[in-house]
Design a protein around this ligand. Structure first.
Ligand code: GDP
Length: 194
């Protein structure tokens, strides 16, 4: 699957701009700075297909990519410190509309920084995913940055959190875009969804 080229299709800010739901779709979500752009670039083998959008308050776009018969969707990062209330509300509206309204959405990948483990904002999006009945799988990022006991601790915390969410898959994918660790595993998981 990933031997084929990923193409950027469009970025949308409103739900009426979504492409038709004629392809199997997967999406990527996570706190800002979690390493989402880096992971999408590593997965697709394209250096800058997903650009980091680290500016709080910037237009919160949902970016669509095509890969063979799939749509890959990059959701706006969340959890900006001190984000203005209207920005947070807009993000919540977009996420609820998107997650609740995509019949072709097969799985969400929820990215969590391996150094930090799950945060309350991650649990909030897990609640949204549960409510929308979107199956989701956790992906730990930046695993090159954690060793030994810290690894075990954040993974255990994540497993515990996932166990409370009915839409969660129990399997966690551990990745590093820096070393390439887990990238093939995640590609295989995605190939298995189609
Ligand atoms: P995004 O805001 O979620 O799209 O995050 P980015 O992909 O822009 O990454 C945020 C920061 O983390 C950047 O400085 C990246 O270089 C760094 N980063 C991303 N992935 C990794 C990783 O696997 N390992 C390490 N060590 N740093 C990473």
């Amino acid at each position: 699957l990933f031997r084929q080229e990923t193409q950027f299709l469009k970025g949308v800010v409103a739900m009426d701009g979504l492409p038709p739901d004629d392809r199997v779709e997967i999406c990527f979500a996570g706190r800002s700075n979690v390493g989402k752009s880096s992971l999408i670039n590593a997965l697709t083998g394209r250096r800058n297909i997903a650009r980091a959008s680290n500016t709080p308050g910037r237009t919160q776009e949902v970016n669509f990519f095509t890969l063979a018969h799939l749509y890959l969707v990059d959701l706006p990062g969340y959890g900006f410190a001190n984000a203005p209330v209207p920005v947070v509300q807009q993000w919540q509206r977009v996420m609820k509309a998107y997650l609740g309204g995509r019949a072709n959405l097969r799985r969400a990948f929820l990215l969590i920084d391996h150094r930090h483990g799950p945060k309350p904002v991650d649990a909030e999006i897990m609640d949204l995913l549960d409510k929308a009945a979107v199956p989701f799988q956790a992906v730990l990022t930046k695993s090159d940055k954690v060793k030994g006991a810290d690894r075990d601790r954040t993974q255990a915390a994540l497993r515990e959190t996932l166990a409370r969410h009915p839409a969660a898959y129990p399997e966690i994918v551990v990745t590093s875009s820096e070393t390439g660790d887990g990238i093939e595993t995640l590609r295989a998981v995605i190939a298995g969804i189609a």
